[in-house]
Ligand binder design. Structure first.
Ligand code: SF4
Ligand code: SF4
Length: 447
């Protein structure tokens, strides 16, 4: 039995330290980047309905001004991250390849802010008032999921929340943004957690941190307040997956197709908690975030970057690329997306930009040798090899019956496969086709 006892979820993989890049990036303190000459701020950078533009070409805006209003209950406000003139409102390309409307602002370098209204006494605010501040500030899950936080803080009637689980695992190789934030802003993060505990009316919060960050465990433990505990977790990808984290910390199993909410738990990322503290105590909306830039760049680092800066500006901040870069990745190496251009904006969910060499090359696939490694690695207890075969044969209904919709696209199966089969991609394709079919069926029904 491991020293962590039962604090372990089924499946998962352990990318070796020599390839995970954390040793290089982890020591880099957060550097605040100067605001760029122009920002591209997408109106859809969260889960849910796109925000609606509140500005037009030629308008003057201030930092922190709402330029996109939440387009529904599950949506989020979008704010100007520089002061200046709106150059245009036009489509821009996201890392996913999808084109969405964006507000493009030319920086006037005056850094003029809207008037901020920090709460005079945060502890006296009601749960409703706290939720409103979080909603107004446009806060979404900064771990990458980008689900609007105010919605998470407002559980449906009949759902009782017992615990708050905080994700400080940062299990993807290379990424160290959360690690640095926990070292440098531990007290603010803990304050954010206290605020969310109040909004959810819960008395207990557990912070899970992988044990390759002992300094972060120590910093968060020292800052923790009553009702908040910090637990060190074994290094195992995807430890930071919501379901895996909930199981590792509470032993509760989130039902298939369900949410942590179904077992009385809300999960939030440490970066999100910092954003909540900033919104409530400083009155600052979400206009910047910490992003790791790593891999084959001259000076890897962690940067506090204005939302809407481009990948190119981040790479420049690292003094550019080294030789041998084969691929740029937006996000982590396991769940991130390959990008072919550098004019893509940094959005609220961007935890990292990586420049990878040979390891990023599409490996040559060979036939499945039925070794079963993918089966053992899958944290969702799926059968990746079988799902891969069904997806390639376009037998999506059978893949659905075998639970492909529960695939969290973590990439663990692809990582361990000795035949280099693109198992995650097959699952992703199947999910896309099934989702499209479901949508079409629903539309047909409505007609
Ligand atoms: S990508 Fe999907 S099938 Fe593969 S290990 Fe992760 S959850 Fe399982
Ligand atoms: S890991 Fe690869 S080779 Fe092994 S069973 Fe799975 S798909 Fe086949």
């Amino acid at each position: 039995m491991s020293v962590f006892g039962s604090r372990m979820f089924p499946g998962g993989v352990h990318p070796h330290e020599s390839v995970n890049g954390k040793a290089v990036n982890g020591g880099n303190a957060i550097v605040k980047l100067p605001a760029p000459p122009r920002v591209i701020i997408p109106l859809s950078q969260h889960i849910g309905a796109p925000a609606k533009a509140l500005v037009k070409k030629g308008d003057l805006v201030k930092v922190g001004q709402v330029i996109g209003q939440a387009g529904g209950y599950v949506s989020a406000n979008v704010h100007a991250s520089v002061s200046g003139k709106v150059w245009d409102v036009q489509p821009c390309l996201l890392a996913s390849g999808v084109s969405v409307p964006a507000v493009i602002i030319d920086n006037d370098y005056k850094d003029e802010w809207v008037e901020l209204s920090p709460a005079a006494n945060p502890d006296s605010l009601t749960a409703d008032e706290l939720r409103k501040i979080v909603a107004d500030a446009g806060i979404v899950g900064l771990g990458g999921a980008t689900f609007p936080t105010a919605v998470k803080l407002n559980p449906a009637e009949g759902k009782t929340i017992e615990k708050l689980v905080i994700n400080g695992a940062e299990c993807e190789p290379y990424l160290t943004a959360d690690h640095r934030l926990m070292l440098e802003k531990a007290e603010d993060i803990i304050h954010g957690i206290c605020i969310v505990m109040k909004a959810l009316k819960v008395k207990e919060a557990i912070i899970g941190i992988e044990n390759n960050k002992p300094d972060a465990v120590a910093a968060m433990t020292a800052a923790a307040k009553e009702g908040i505990t910090v637990k060190a977790l074994p290094v195992r990808y995807p430890q930071g997956g919501e379901k895996q984290l909930v199981y590792a910390l509470t032993k509760k199993k989130v039902p298939t197709g369900g949410l942590p909410l179904d077992v009385g738990i809300v999960v939030c990322n440490v970066g999100t908690m910092y954003a909540v503290q900033q919104a409530v105590c400083e009155g600052r909306p979400l206009i910047e975030r910490v992003t790791t830039v790593g891999g084959l760049v001259e000076k890897p680092g962690n940067f506090m970057v204005r939302i809407g800066s481009t990948v190119e500006q981040l790479l420049d901040a690292c003094d550019g690329l080294q030789k041998g870069v084969k691929q740029l990745i937006y996000g982590g190496p396991m769940m991130g997306m390959a990008i072919a251009r550098t004019d893509i904006p940094v959005t609220k969910g961007c935890s990292g930009i990586l420049a990878l060499g040979e390891e990023a090359m599409e490996p040559k696939e060979s036939a499945c040798i039925r070794c079963g490694r993918c089966l053992r690695a899958c944290p969702m207890k799926l059968m990746p090899a079988k799902l891969d075969a069904l997806s390639r044969a376009l037998r999506f209904e059978e893949a659905e019956k075998l639970g492909v919709m529960n695939c969290m696209e973590c990439g663990a199966c692809t990582f361990v496969c000795p035949a280099k089969r693109s198992l995650t991609q097959s699952c992703r394709t199947a999910k896309k086709v099934i989702n499209t079919r479901r949508k079409q069926a629903a539309e047909k029904k409505e007609d």
